[in-house]
Design a protein around this ligand. Sequence first.
Ligand code: URP
Ligand code: ZN
Ligand code: ZN
Length: 494
Amino acid sequence: MTIKILNSTVVRSAEAFKADIAIEDGIITKIERKSKTASADLLPEFEADEVIDAKGQYLLPGGIDVHTHFDMPFGGTVTADNFYTGTVAAACGGNTTIIDFAIQNKGETLKQTLDNWRKKSESKAVIDYSFHIALTDVTDNIISEIPDIISQGITSLKLFMAYKGSLMTSDETISKILAESGKLGFLTMIHCENGDEIERLSKELLSNGKTSPFYHALSRPVDAEESAVEHAIKMSSENNGNLYIVHLSSEGGLKHIKKTNSDKKRTFTETCPQYLTLSIDKYTETPNAPLIKGHKGNINLPPEFEGAKYVMSPPLRGKYNLSALWDGIKSGAINAVSSDHCAFNFYDQKTLGLNDFSKIPNGIPGVETRLYLLFNETIKEKHITINKLVDVFATAPAKLFGLYPKKGEINIGADADMVIFNPNKKLHIKRIKLHQDVDYCPFEGYKGKGTISYVIANGNTIVKNNAFCGVSGSGKFLKRNKFDPLCLQASSSK
Ligand code: URP
Ligand code: ZN
Ligand code: ZN
C-alpha cells in the first residue's frame, strides 16, 4: 500500500511546515517541504495507490496514549471497553499507539500477568500497543523477574500509593523498585495519593452519612496528592530512580515537581485532559442529560448521583489548579497528557456505589476525546502552541516510553502513523458520535473546532471522517526500548 499526502501542514514538536509526503509499506519515505503558497505536487514521479489532498489541514503524528485501562477488573466489576472497542475509540480519537496497564493479580508472576494481558489484546487491538505492568504483590522473586520483562520490551512498571487494601504498595517496596529502575533502565510510574489519609477521611465521611459522589472529592484532598508527590520524589532521588508521576491533578503536587528541574532530571510527569478542563463543581451538577431509556440497569437515580460520572482518582480539583497545570505543560514541568481512559457505565457500574462513594468504580472515559480537547484549548484558550500539543500528545510519550524515533514524530524512516486534522470544521462532542463503549461522555456538549479527516496507522487508513475502517487484531505488540533519562533532550528530525 502506498499513500501520497499533498499540501498538509506537518506539525512537529519544534516546527511546522507545508510539505508533500510519501508513504510506502507502512513507512514515511519522503517529506518534500514547500512554500506556503505552492500547490504543485512535489512528488510527481511517485504514483501512489491513494492520493490525499490535505490543503488547509494539519498532519500530526498519531497520538500515543500511554495511560489506558482496557478490560481491567476494578472494584468488583470490569472496565466497559475491551481491547477492540477501546482501540477503535482510540483510533477514532487520533491515536495510533496505546500503552495499557497489565495489573498483577496477587500471587501472580510477571510472566503470568503479561500472558493474561496478551490474551486480552492479541486478536482485538486495532492499533499498536504495549503494556506497563502494575505491581500489586512484590516479592524477591518478582524483583528477580524484572530483567526478563525488560528484555521482552516492557520498560515501565506502575506502583500505587493509594487504593489501600487492594492495589496500594508499601514505601519499602516502592523504594526497592525505584532503585531497580535506576540500575536496570526502566521507568517507575507512581500513582501519588496518600492511601492511609484517604482511608481515614473516607471512613469519617461515611460514618457521618456523607455518602454521595461529592464526598469522593473531599476524601481525596489536594494535600493527599501533594504530600505523596513530595514523598515519591524523595524516595526516587534517595534511590537514584527513574520516576514518572501519573495523572497529576494539582498545583500543590506540581510545586514539588518544579523543584526537581535540573540537567539530571529523572522525574517526569503526566496530566490528563480532565484535570485541564473540568473542575470540582462537576460533583454537584444535577443531571444535564435525560435518562437513557431502555438501558440495561436503568433506574431513577437521585440527582446528586450525577457526580458519579466524574468519580476518578485523583478527583477533579478547584478551578485554580487548571491554569497551574497548563503553565506546568508550557514550562516543561509536565511532559505528557494521557487520557487515563478507565470507562465504567453510569447506569450499571457506577451505581455499585449508589449508597457509598467509596464503592463507585474509579475512572472516566477519555481515549477518544484527548486530541479534540487539547486542540481546542490550544486554539481557543491559547494555553499552549500546536507544537507543544504534538509534544505532549505523541512525541514526548514516544521518547519516555522507548518508542522514538519509530513513533511519535513525522520523520523519514518513521512508522507512517498520522492524523490528518481539519482545524476549521465545527466540533460538538456527543456520546452518540463516539466509539467508546460506555453510556456517557464526561465532556458531553463540548463545542469547538477541529475534526479528524483521516487516521493512518502503519501506512493503512484506519479512520476516515469519524468512521472506523481498520481490522480487528491488526495492531501489533510493541517491544519498547529501555528508558533513557536523557530522552527528552535528544532530537533527530529529518
Ligand atoms: O480513577 C482512575 N484514575 N482510575 C484508573 C486507575 C488509576 O488509578 O489510574
Ligand atoms: Zn492511578
Ligand atoms: Zn489509570
